[in-house]
Design a protein. Sequence first.
Length: 136
Amino acid sequence: MHDQIKLSEIQAPGGTVVIRVEGELTASTTPTLVKRCQTIREEGKDLVLNQDPRSGHGSPGDTVTLTRSLGSQLVSVPTVQRMPLPAARKAMREAGFKTKVQQVGVNRSGVRYVVYSNPGAQAQAPKGSTVMLYVV
């Protein structure tokens, strides 16, 4: 029996890269993880994004570098209550959010004002996510 494992890269549906380990992982065969790089990405938290070496055979004590996702970057939702809709959308865009608008009442002045947002003001939300603005 050889104390080796085989590492190979598999392209999964949707473009996700999966690292496959062939062989039994034991204390004597597990490559040493000496470096864990971390990066903020849209991919799910703790997803392995990269591996070096990409594939091949490993022996005990070999170095394998894994880069894992920290998940989406969280940012505070701006306070936009009582703002005219164009100003509120601009504030959200500058904070890194997309917006959708839902009319919840009628304002006779013709200017649409934000009543509240979801997620609410100062809540932490993933950068690039959509904030619903409720307007009158």
